[in-house]
Design a protein around this ligand. Structure first.
Ligand code: PMV
Length: 321
């Protein structure tokens, strides 16, 4: 039986999106800039379901009963492929799922890549972006490697700002908890849009943060990128906190990592952090400082694990035979 497998990597936003323009079409209300990482991955296999008349989805070997997150992307793709196959989707992550590590972005990007190849569709980038965005607003960024801009003013085009080789920073993902998050980003964004008094200011700050980050990335300016990334991250977490009900993703371990990052910076190391919809903290650093940072965070905080990764590339099809 024909099976097609694709691998895609998660991406972490330096300038984040939190809030949708249109929740039905899942359109972000702002632009974002991210990095795609390498050693973390989602691997998704597609085959025809020859045993029953339904689509089936397995994540890390466990069958999902709710396929509502994958259906919009699947229906967008099957509309183009004209296939009426029922399919089996088997997706595996080599990192914790649904805990703020962008597993939905890499999961959806690997699914879209596998489906495209399975049905020989040869889709252009705008159709792949659309198919990804219907599943997760941040997933289109995982279609591109290195530093990526997703521009909401230009039909959500995703472009590479720098290739991974152009500025080979290290990324350390400090796992502060392995629990799945209690409020999904989709739910959280809707609550913030409706209730946070800071939401309009947050929207208004996006354009400036994008241009500051673009400039810093193009100049490979670590301290410039540090300032805009941390300011943007902390503003997003303020928007979350001032929502009703208040949404808090960071925990004590996240805060103790931030304190250590500030100490390391004061002693001359080049590093900065970002945190998404979960307590995990991602450190972007000069590879010369990686070992010191790892040792310090391991010994002085209660992190469960540190995943060391570099910048990664775009999704690819793999031959599993
Ligand atoms: O659309 P989602 O569920 O992938 O939301 C992503 C939200 C953040 O990770 C917090 C920010 C971002 O731009 O990645």
């Amino acid at each position: 039986m024909k099976e097609t497998t694709a691998i895609a990597h998660p991406n972490f936003a330096l300038v984040k999106y939190w809030g949708k323009k249109d929740s039905k079409q899942n359109r972000p209300a702002m632009s974002s800039i991210s990095i795609t990482v390498d050693s973390m991955q989602s691997k998704t296999k597609i085959s025809k379901n020859t045993l029953s008349n339904c689509h089936r989805l397995f994540i890390n070997g466990v069958e999902e009963t709710d396929l509502s997150k994958i259906f919009p992307s699947l229906f967008y793709l099957s509309e183009i492929s004209k296939s009426d196959d029922y399919i089996v989707i088997q997706s595996e992550n080599n990192f914790p799922t649904s805990s703020g590590l962008a597993s939905s972005a890499s999961g959806i990007a690997s699914f879209v890549t596998a489906y495209d190849a399975h049905y020989g569709m040869n889709l252009g980038i705008s159709d792949r972006i659309e198919a990804c965005m219907l599943g997760s607003g941040s997933a289109p960024r995982s279609l591109i490697g290195g530093f990526v801009l997703m521009d909401h003013n230009n039909n959500y085009s995703c472009t590479q700002i720098l290739q991974k080789e152009d500025w080979p920073v290290d990324v350390l993902i400090c796992i502060a908890s392995r629990e799945a998050k209690k409020i999904s980003s989709r739910e959280g964004m809707e609550i913030s849009k409706r209730t946070s008094p800071l939401y309009q200011d947050w929207l208004g700050s996006n354009e400036r943060d994008i241009s500051l980050a673009l400039e810093a990335i193009r100049e490979k300016n670590m301290s410039g990128l540090e300032k805009v990334t941390e300011k943007n991250c902390n503003f997003m977490h303020e928007v979350m906190k001032t929502s009703k009900p208040s949404i808090i993703y960071m925990n004590d371990v996240t805060h103790s990592c931030v304190a250590e990052i500030e100490n390391l910076r004061a002693s001359g190391h080049k590093l900065f952090y970002t945190v998404d919809a979960g307590p995990q903290i991602k450190i972007i650093c000069d590879p010369k400082s990686t070992n010191t940072i790892k040792d310090t965070i391991t010994h002085r905080t209660d992190v469960i694990d540190i995943i060391h990764t570099r910048l990664g590339g775009s999704p690819r099809i793999i031959d599993e035979n």
